[in-house]
Write a protein that binds this ligand. Structure first.
Ligand code: 2P0
Length: 340
């Protein structure tokens, strides 16, 4: 039996956002969502299973995980342990113990979707190390339990998360829409703040569902936005996709602004970057912004305008750096590091 495996997964940025759950325990979304998996934002995770008793050892970027962050990972590992017991890979209750080492190539918890790449890499590494070979859709179901958006990072390129309708969540997983090499676009991340965000997205979205009078309107508009996004991707219509993504992101933020108390992730620099994207577009550059649960601004753009848009964003005061990504691959094992 393989005891150790290493996997890599890329972050993804949603173009039609996931904001709101219908089941908070199983991470079942209120709507579908659609994203682009990004080459530049990678998490690499090694999992080793050992039969000796004791607590899981979890290192995130070289530091022991603590508190709620640690508990979220242990709860996820418990799901894998259940799978191991069911498959006969382990027959000792409570065992085996996991060692997890995870390294991010980008700032964690700053609205750059590190939980997506993190739980996608953890899902693949932890199951393979346990000798479990899940099909991609089942891996997506498992990754979703760690963090909803992680189910999308199992696949590369443009990806849709089907909300599903089953109570157990087995039909709520991602599916690939367009392979990464099939459309050469860019996603630029203007990093405005590398500090952890004030309110985590899980709490913020649950609070929005509970208190925002606009949540029902948000839920009602997402299926139509998904239709437009799918059509735009199928016809490689970047302007249509970009306009839709900008509008969808602003509708998501409008929904959370209407929560009580409101959820406001923007900094003054966030608004300045949004305005700059509009100026660049007015000057003829094909670029559109989107914003997640943090202050950073992500810009979808035509590959031909990449350098000019990076310059236009870097010129703004408050932009620490700009990370450029292409469509990236799905979660994958790092073969040289798999041992038995
Ligand atoms: C998204 N976000 O679609 C949206 C847009 C943030 C804004 O998915 O509670 O960390 O773990 O399921 O996946 C962030 O939410 O939340 C997210 P949980 P997750 O990318």
């Amino acid at each position: 039996m393989i005891r150790q495996a290493t996997a890599e997964a890329c972050a993804n940025i949603a173009l039609v956002k996931y904001w709101g759950k219908r089941d908070a325990v199983l991470n079942l979304p209120a709507t579908g969502s659609l994203s682009l998996t990004l080459s530049g934002l990678v998490t690499r995770t090694t999992v080793t299973w050992a039969e000796d008793p004791g607590d899981d050892a979890i290192l995130l970027d070289g530091k022991p995980a603590a508190g709620a962050e640690r508990q979220r990972i242990v709860t996820f590992l418990d799901l894998v342990r259940e799978g191991m017991q069911a498959s006969g890979a382990s027959d000792r209750p409570g065992a085996p113990r996991a060692s997890v080492e995870s390294v991010n190539g980008f700032p964690r918890a700053a609205g750059l979707a590190s939980s997506a790449s993190g739980f996608a890499a953890l899902a693949l590494a932890s199951t393979r190390a346990a000798g479990l070979e899940l099909a991609d859709e089942q891996l997506s179901v498992l990754a979703r339990r760690g963090s909803g958006s992680a189910c999308r990072s199992i696949f590369g390129g443009f990806v849709e998360w089907l909300p599903g309708s089953a109570a157990d969540g087995q039909d709520s997983h991602a599916v690939p829409l367009l392979a990464p090499e099939a459309w050469d676009v860019r996603m630029l991340v203007a990093v405005l703040a590398e500090r952890p965000k004030p309110k985590g997205s899980t709490d913020a979205m649950n609070h929005t569902v509970a208190t925002s009078p606009y949540f029902e309107a948000w839920r009602a508009c997402v299926p139509g936005d998904l239709d437009i996004a799918r059509q735009a991707i199928a016809s490689r219509d970047l302007a249509r996709l970009g306009e839709l993504a900008e509008s969808n992101a602003l509708r998501m933020h409008a929904t959370m602004l209407a929560a009580r108390p409101p959820v406001l992730y923007w900094l003054p620099e966030t608004v300045a970057a949004m305005r700059r994207v509009r100026e660049l577009r007015d000057a003829g550059m094909a670029c559109w912004f989107t914003i997640d649960a943090g202050p950073n601004v992500k810009v979808l753009c035509d590959a031909a305008f990449e350098a000019a848009v990076i310059t236009g964003l870097s010129d703004l005061p408050g932009v620490l750096r700009v990370i450029s990504s292409r469509p990236g691959p799905g979660a994958r094992l790092v073969p040289a590091l798999v041992s038995s």
